[in-house]
Design a protein around this ligand. Structure first.
Ligand SMILES: [Zn+2]
Length: 503
């Protein structure tokens, strides 16, 4: 698969070439893709906007795998030092959660990390290979700050914190603007700088000092100040620790393009003297609600509990996410979610027909076989073409609406498809469901086949087995039982003869 992805850094859709194959790469040999995604701050129930980001991270990882790559995926858990504003102002999110719930900031973090991970399960998002907490990686953050101080990239503001001087960072702002040097100069020229404030508007904190007369729950002692670790530094520290000083893909929500990600880049590039630190930057766009901004104050920052209270499942929401390309804005309305739920149910019903016709297929396969290899195992020309189209949709910056259109179109024209093609079509969809869709197509089919009529080819085998046992031909009876098992069924003797269940 010739995977093309939109790279925020170059503002272009590019052919994905692993870092390993880059002539400028000087790091250790590796045979997998290094992937890092920023999420979440664990201080409240994650919203459906937060989960769109997590869904996207999982989607990118799975598309890389079906493109034939192995992936090491890291997703950090921010459990300290993130203010309500992404810049250096506002209230500490964890302290805010602590006051709201009357429990310690540490317990807030623990509680919402669990909520977040439970939500991932309801959305069929697999855990990432490493999900490190910021608070478990403090020494690494201290080391990084020390290194930047020694290289004179920083300055200290009394009673405030240690700041990064972004005027000394060669490529600062590159991710934000195509003409970043000019934009930055204009910004700096327009800003009145006070003696006691930041030197440049884009300078950001590496660590913050605790206010003199305020006790923070997550602060740390140091010879000079009580301080607490700062939000941006954790990603530079943990990506280096769990991946390397350069890596292939960094993902996050589009809200990070202007502050958090440029700051991560500044820290890491000044630390390691590498450029670019990350080869591909991928961002999912915002989820809007009723055509506008999602926010707590508007009462529309829905979470999974709100979704479930209205009779929708995590998988309905998952299907809804597929209906927009990750890099576009997606508009959430209850009607749209209802439409997604209906579309998912229709897909299940259509798939049921295909499944009933092909109960004998044994679906055991190498789970992450690349789709290019898999395609060559398909005999049917019709299905080969369908698969080609599906691969092309995914290779085009993961165009999931197009993917859904292809799936539905091919299921709508089943009556025009030859029997031999149906078998291959079923195998192709089964693989797609297991590797990527994960919207529950086969869970439901599995349950329903227990109650639906058993296909005659299975009952014929069972009848022959009864006869073979009467004739005391136990070898044949065992053989027939095996054939039934191969078709995913169990046969049990009872007083009426036999009973067939799903294995
Ligand atoms: Zn980050």
């Amino acid at each position: 698969m010739q995977l093309h992805i939109y790279n925020t850094l170059t503002r272009a859709k590019e052919l994905f070439v692993p870092l390993m194959e880059d002539p400028n790469y000087k790091g250790p040999k590796k045979d997998f893709i290094w992937f890092y995604s920023c999420w979440p701050t664990v201080y409240r129930d994650p919203t459906i906007g937060n989960y769109r980001a997590t869904f996207t991270a999982d989607l990118i990882r799975n598309v890389l795998k079906i493109s034939g790559y192995k992936v090491k995926a890291v997703m950090n858990i921010t459990d300290v030092g993130h203010l309500v504003s992404d810049a250096d102002e506002g209230e500490d999110k964890l302290e805010k959660g602590s006051r709201r719930e009357g429990i310690s900031a540490w317990d807030v973090a623990k509680k919402y990390e669990k909520t977040f991970k439970d939500g991932m399960s309801s959305l069929h998002i697999d855990q990432f290979d490493v999900m490190p907490r910021a608070t478990d990686n403090i020494p690494e953050q201290i080391e990084l700050i020390k290194n930047l101080e020694e290289k004179w990239y920083t300055y200290s503001l009394a009673w405030d914190g240690i700041y990064m001087d972004t005027s000394k960072v060669e490529h600062y702002g590159e991710l934000m603007w195509p003409n970043y040097k000019k934009r930055l100069a204009d910004l700096n020229a327009g800003e009145r700088v006070e003696m006691w404030s930041k030197k440049n508007p884009t300078d950001f904190a590496l660590r913050k000092f605790s206010p003199e007369n305020e006790q923070r729950q997550m602060e740390r002692e140091s010879p000079r100040w009580k301080w607490f670790p700062w939000w941006h530094i954790e990603c530079s520290a943990m990506s280096t620790k769990y991946l390397w000083t350069q890596f292939d893909i960094h993902h996050g929500g589009a809200d990070h393009i202007t502050i958090h990600h440029p700051n991560e880049i500044a820290q890491s590039e000044c630390w390691f003297h590498v450029h670019p630190w990350v080869k591909y930057w991928m961002h999912n766009e915002f989820l809007q609600v009723d055509g506008g901004k999602m926010s707590k104050s508007l009462g529309n920052a829905y979470n999974l509990k709100d979704i479930e209270a209205k009779g929708f499942s995590g998988l309905d929401l998952r299907y809804f996410y597929f209906t927009a390309q990750y890099s576009s804005f997606q508009n959430f309305t209850w009607e749209q979610l209802e439409a997604a739920k209906n579309a998912r149910n229709n897909l299940i019903k259509k798939m049921q027909k295909l499944f009933d016709a092909h109960t004998k297929i044994i679906l055991d396969f190498d789970f992450w076989m690349s789709y290019d290899v898999f395609k060559d195992e398909i005999e049917s020309k019709y299905v080969w073409d369908v698969l080609e189209d599906m691969i092309a949709a995914l290779a085009d910056d993961i165009n999931t609406p197009q993917l859904l259109a292809i799936i539905n179109q091919s299921l709508n024209s089943l009556d025009k498809v030859e029997e031999v093609d149906m078998k291959d079509l079923f195998v192709a969809f089964h693989r797609l469901e297991k590797n990527l869709l994960k919207v529950g197509l086969f869970d439901r089919i599995g349950q329903e086949t227990v109650t639906i009529k058993v296909p005659s080819e299975i009952t014929n085998l069972a009848d022959q087995r009864v006869q073979a046992k009467k004739n005391k031909n136990y070898g044949l009876a065992d053989d027939l039982r095996k054939q039934i098992n191969d078709a995913w069924r169990e046969v049990k003797d009872n007083k009426d003869g036999y009973e067939i269940t799903k294995s």
